[in-house]
Design a protein. Structure first.
Length: 429
C-alpha cells in the first residue's frame, strides 16, 4: 500500500493495481473554490496554447513568409508536438512520484507556468523558423506540464458521479478560450507580432495561478521504488492486449483529434485559398468560424455531459456524435461560400461538444491504475498530442497532392472511425 495525503492526518491509501472506485478521490474533499479555479485554469491553458498554435504561428508566417506558410507552420507545430509527446507522460509519471511538501501536482504547475512564459517571450522575438521552433518547444514544455497536472486532477479530485459534467463545463471553458484567443490575436495590431504571443501567455499564467494556490494537493508520504530505465521506457507504453478498453478509448480520441486538429491548423489558409477571402480579412473570418464552432460546443457539451452522467452511458454518444462530425466535414469540404461553410462548422461544433464532454469522462474510467493516474493520463494525452506531429506533415502533403478537398475527405473518414472505435470497450456502457 502506497500512501498519499493532503498534508493532514487523514491519509488515503491507494492500491497501485486498481483505479479509484466510484466517487473516491485522492486525499480530502476540496473546498467550494476548487471547481471554479479548476475550470479557470483549463480556460487559461487553452487561451495561451490556442492563441499561439491556432492563430499567432500561422499569422506570423502568413505575414512574414507567405510563400512557405504551410511548410513553416508544419515544421514548427510538428517539432513542438514531438516535444509535448515526450514530456507529457514523462512529467505525468514524475508527478506521480513527487514527494514535495506542496503536493504531487502543484510543483509541476508552478514550474510549468514559469517555463511557458519564458518560451512565449522567445516567440515574441521570433519571425523565422529556427528560433520559432526552439521557443515553441519551450512553450510546449511549460504549458504542457501545466496541462498534464490539470488533467491528472480530473482523475485525482473529481468524483465519478459528476466527472462528465465537469468535463463538459471544462470543454465549454476551452471553447470560449479558443474563440477569445483567436479574437485577441485578430484584434492586436498587425505590425506588433510580439503581442500575438505575449498577451495570451500572460493571460494564461494569470488564470492558472488561483488553482495553484487555492486547492489542497495530495502529498505523497512514502517513496516509490527507484525510477529505472525500464520504467522510463514503459512511461510511453500501455499494452493494448492487457488494457484493451484503454487502448480503444485511446484510438478513438486519436482519430477524432487527428481529423479536427489537422483541419483547424490549415483553416486560415483554406479560408483564403478556397473561399476567396483576402488575407487581411481572413483572421476575422477565422474568428467567426470559431465562434460558430464553439457555440455548438457550448450548447451540446452540458446537455450530453448531463445525459451521460444520468444514464451512465458513454459509448453511444461518442459514436453518434462522430458520425455527425464526418457529415459536417463533408459539408465544409463542398462549400463554395461562407453561409454553407458556416453551416458545416455549426454541425461540427455540436458534434464535437457532445464528443469531448463524454470522451474525457470515458478515458478516466478505463485508466488501469490510480497510483499512476498522472502517467496513464500522460499516455492518454498522446492521443491528442501525436496529431500535432503527424497532422501538420500529413495535412501539408495532402494539400500539396490533392488540395483541401482530399484533406477534408480523410478527416471525415477518421472522425467516423474514431466514433466506432469505442464499441469494443467493455468497462463502460
Amino acid at each position: 500500500m502506497t500512501t498519499v495525503s493532503t498534508g493532514s492526518s487523514d491519509n488515503v491509501g491507494v492500491t497501485p493495481a486498481s483505479p479509484l472506485a466510484g466517487d473516491a478521490i485522492l486525499g480530502q474533499p476540496q473546498g467550494r473554490q476548487f471547481l471554479p479555479f479548476y475550470l479557470l485554469s483549463w480556460f487559461g491553458v487553452t487561451i495561451a496554447l490556442g492563441a499561439m498554435l491556432g492563430a499567432a504561428i500561422p499569422k506570423v508566417f502568413l505575414f512574414f513568409d507567405e510563400a512557405h506558410k504551410e511548410q513553416n507552420t508544419a515544421i514548427v507545430t510538428a517539432i513542438g508536438g514531438v516535444v509535448v509527446m515526450i514530456i507529457t507522460p514523462l512529467f505525468g509519471r514524475l508527478s506521480d512520484r513527487t514527494m514535495a511538501r506542496w503536493g504531487m501536482r502543484k510543483p509541476w504547475m508552478l514550474g510549468g507556468l514559469a517555463v511557458g512564459m519564458l518560451g512565449a517571450v522567445g516567440m515574441a522575438a521570433s519571425t523565422e523558423v529556427a528560433p520559432m521552433v526552439v521557443s515553441w518547444a519551450v512553450v510546449q514544455m511549460g504549458f504542457g506540464s501545466v496541462n498534464m497536472a490539470i488533467h491528472a486532477l480530473l482523475a485525482d479530485q473529481v468524483p465519478g458521479r459528476i466527472r462528465a459534467r465537469v468535463a463538459a463545463v471544462a470543454s465549454i471553458s476551452a471553447a470560449i478560450a479558443t474563440v477569445l484567443s483567436a479574437a485577441v490575436v485578430a484584434s492586436l495590431p498587425n505590425d506588433a507580432p510580439a503581442l500575438w504571443f505575449l498577451v495570451p501567455a500572460i493571460v494564461g499564467v494569470a488564470l492558472c495561478l488561483p488553482l495553484v494556490f487555492g486547492y489542497k494537493d495530495a502529498v505523497r508520504t512514502e517513496p516509490l521504488p527507484p525510477f529505472t530505465w525500464r520504467e522510463f521506457v514503459n512511461t510511453f507504453w500501455m499494452s493494448p492486449v492487457k488494457y484493451r478498453d484503454y487502448f480503444w478509448a485511446w484510438i478513438s480520441r486519436f482519430l477524432v483529434t487527428m481529423a479536427i486538429f489537422t483541419v483547424q491548423l490549415f483553416l486560415l489558409f483554406l479560408i483564403v485559398d478556397n473561399l476567396g477571402v483576402s488575407k487581411d480579412d481572413a483572421s476575422a473570418v477565422l474568428t467567426q468560424a470559431l465562434v460558430v464552432f464553439f457555440a455548438g460546443n457550448i450548447v451540446a457539451a452540458p446537455i450530453f455531459g448531463w445525459l451521460s452522467d444520468r444514464w451512465r452511458r458513454r459509448k453511444a454518444i461518442v459514436w453518434i456524435s462522430n458520425v455527425f462530425a464526418g457529415i459536417a466535414l463533408a459539408t465544409m469540404m463542398f462549400a463554395h461560400d461562407l453561409p454553407a461553410f458556416f453551416a458545416g462548422v455549426a454541425v461540427l461544433g455540436l458534434a464535437q461538444g457532445a464528443f469531448v464532454a463524454v470522451d474525457v469522462a470515458l478515458m478516466t474510467e478505463v485508466l488501469p491504475s490510480a497510483q499512476d493516474a498522472g502517467k496513464d493520463l500522460g499516455v492518454a494525452a498522446l492521443s491528442y498530442q501525436l496529431p500535432q506531429v503527424i497532422g501538420p506533415v500529413v495535412g501539408a502533403a495532402m494539400i500539396a497532392a490533392v488540395g483541401y478537398s482530399g484533406l477534408f475527405v480523410i478527416a471525415a473518414i477518421m472522425t467516423v472511425l474514431g466514433g466506432l472505435a469505442v464499441l469494443p470497450i467493455k468497462a463502460a456502457r
